[in-house]
Design a protein around this ligand. Structure first.
Ligand code: KG4
Ligand code: ZN
Length: 333
């Protein structure tokens, strides 16, 4: 009989549940919350309420899609952190209740580690060790992944995450929230060298995106709505080029410093076509192997939590019911 896990992800504004059996993800259901769009960002209280409304439906759907019944589950994996505390509480309480009710073990997962371990869902899979660039709305990290339970953060943002920079810059252009994919789409028709923005660099392998955000604010507030509309594609292409260049600089430095030859891309911003293109070019030039997960496993999803849970399940790394959600959970904690 197959060994099956249910995984639950509620760290931010997506309610997601997945079923994994014998290491294979059979279903991955995501309910995205649209109630935040008009607020220009995720509203924590609204997110928690929406998780509460969605979670049971999403879990039922994941079971149905995988054709798995509750007695067939061998463990429940859930996101313990990092994320919004109210959102994490809904997922963790639901997961704990299910584990207790079914009499199966509970597996606590770090959301950032899960983004990285999403690379093991489908072929081709990287071999340990590899470097992972995790880029999302909440994080920008360079991680040396020695094993599923041995990861070292060698660089990270000192202020905003790159996804946050995309979203806030998009908001300044009236693109709504989240704006990352809209900037990306518009950028495809624009000239990346049309406008130059100053690059603010911080030391080592760390990143900073708050300076570029402020520079963009000064740039755009002088322009009329008609000018913005006329030049939108060029502006998007130029700002995307600048943000991607900031990422690329540190990726090149990190690959040189570690001597690693495998590079993996994780998190919502890994959907960015401009970033993918630049990475593909460098990978070809420098003989790296580049790993980019399927799009559904790039943004927040429970499939990646299930995969991370499968690694822990095989080593019997279970969590007690007293395990508290941790909004600031660090990699390796
Ligand atoms: O990983 P994710 O789904 O959630 C977090 O944990 O943050 O990432 C969401 C982020 C948002 O900032 C969104 O604007 C960004 O990923 N994003 C993109 C693209 N698609 C999503 N940013 C740039 N280009 C894209 N194509
Ligand atoms: Zn995420």
């Amino acid at each position: 009989m197959a060994t099956c896990l249910l995984a639950i992800e509620t760290s931010c504004d997506d309610t997601s549940a997945a079923i994994l059996c014998n290491g294979k993800v059979l279903s991955n259901v995501v309910a995205s919350q649209l109630e935040h769009d008009s607020w220009g960002g995720v509203v924590p209280e609204l997110a928690a309420r929406a998780h509460l409304a969605n979670i049971e439906v999403v879990v039922r759907e994941a079971l149905k899609k995988a054709d798995i019944s509750l007695p067939e589950l061998s463990a429940i994996a859930y996101t313990r952190g990092p994320g919004l505390l109210g959102s994490l509480l809904i997922g963790s309480s639901f997961a704990k209740s299910m584990a207790l009710g079914l009499g199966v073990p509970l597996i606590a997962i770090n959301h950032m580690e899960a983004h990285i371990l999403a690379h093991f869902i489908d072929e081709p899979r990287p071999d340990f060790p590899f470097l992972c660039l995790t880029v999302s709305g909440g994080h920008t990290q360079l991680v040396v992944v020695n094993n599923y339970n041995n990861m070292e953060v060698i660089g990270e943002t000192l202020d905003d995450a790159v996804g946050e920079a995309f979203d806030k810059i998009g908001k300044m252009m009236g693109l709504g929230f989240p704006a990352g994919y809209k900037i990306d789409k518009l950028a495809q028709q624009g000239n990346p060298l049309a406008f130059a923005f100053p690059i603010y660099e911080v030391g080592d392998l760390n990143f900073s995106f708050s300076g570029i955000k402020t520079a963009f604010l000064y740039f755009i507030r002088e322009k009329s709505p008609v000018w913005i509309e006329t030049n939108l594609a060029d502006v998007c292409a130029s700002i995307q080029h600048t943000l991607v260049s900031l990422l690329m600089k540190k990726v090149l430095k990190a690959m040189d410093k570690t001597g690693l030859k495998q590079l993996a891309l994780a998190g919502g911003v890994s959907a960015n076509l401009g970033l993918r293109k630049r990475l593909e070019e460098e990978a070809q030039k420098r003989n790296w192997t580049l790993f980019v997960p399927d799009f559904q496993y790039c943004t927040d999803n429970a499939g990646m939590v299930a995969m991370a849970g499968w690694f822990k399940f095989q080593n019997k790394e279970f969590a007690g019911l007293e395990t508290a959600p941790n909004a600031r959970l660090k990699i390796g904690e």
